[in-house]
Design a protein around this ligand. Sequence first.
Ligand code: NAD
Ligand code: FES
Length: 280
Amino acid sequence: MHRIVSKAQLSPNVTRLDLEAARIAQIRQPGQFVIVRRGPRAERIPLTIADANPTAGTISLVIQAVGKSTKELVALDVGDSIQDISGPLGMPTEVIEKGRALCVGGGVGTAVVHPIAQGLHAKGVHVTSVIGGRSKEWVIFEEELKRLGDVVVCTDDGSYGRKGFVTDAAKEILTAGGIDIVYAVGPVPMMRAIANLTKPFGVHTIVSLNPVMVDGTGMCGGCRVDVGGETKFACVDGPEFDGHKVDFDLLADRLSTYKIHEQEANTCQKDGTCRVGLTK
Ligand code: NAD
Ligand code: FES
């Protein structure tokens, strides 16, 4: 059992939980994730390890409450426990040893950028983070990233920082020159836009993909993605890949497959009734 030791609301639908997981806290590397199972019959949820404290034996997970299972997870309180946490899973981030890195985080994806920036900072790489949210209340991990380098904040409506998408600020930084590598994590359209932006600059670009995952060990095939014409499993070959080689159309298509089930599950919660195939 993994006890929740602290809980914080980061934005209207994003919650941070710090949980006891001593072994994972000691060995996790940037880019790795865990699969969480709240209780015996609960869904398995893949979550990036956003931070870890090896001394306290805790890891930080950042959860966007969009479906039934994630809403149940964020309803837990300090002192409650989660039954299983498997990990660390996935390949660690390809961290450069020197130079300048641009880390781009869109919305909740900013929490995934944080451990990457930590890994780069630890190597002595100069980190500039561009982070974005719909408006001020959706911007997360600003203070944490400021401890690791420069931060440019963008909001879609201009309520905080620069007005516009993260791609606008990233374009200016790339045009100024000197960037050796770009890491981008966020919604699929954002990662696609960043990959399209960096290609003419010839800057290596790594994106973190979030396909549907089930087992997280390469056996179910649920997390298949196409990278450079080859099928890869995000859980064991990724989740980070060369953004210039990812088939984003296929990823977006596969992600939309379960949207209807998510909507139905949400309906179950609101009115107490469930459609066929769904359990309350
Ligand atoms: P959002 O839709 O609020 O967007 C966040 C920011 O991304 C925006 O403020 C903007 O700066 C940028 N952005 C969005 N669309 C863009 C576009 N077309 N072009 C350029 N920039 C764009 O994000 P959210 O609601 O926090 O994130 C939700 C999505 O992120 C979900 O689809 C979720 O699956 C995905 N996600 C991905 C990962 C990952 O590992 N890749 C992790 C967590 C969540
Ligand atoms: Fe099953 Fe990756 S989650 S193969």
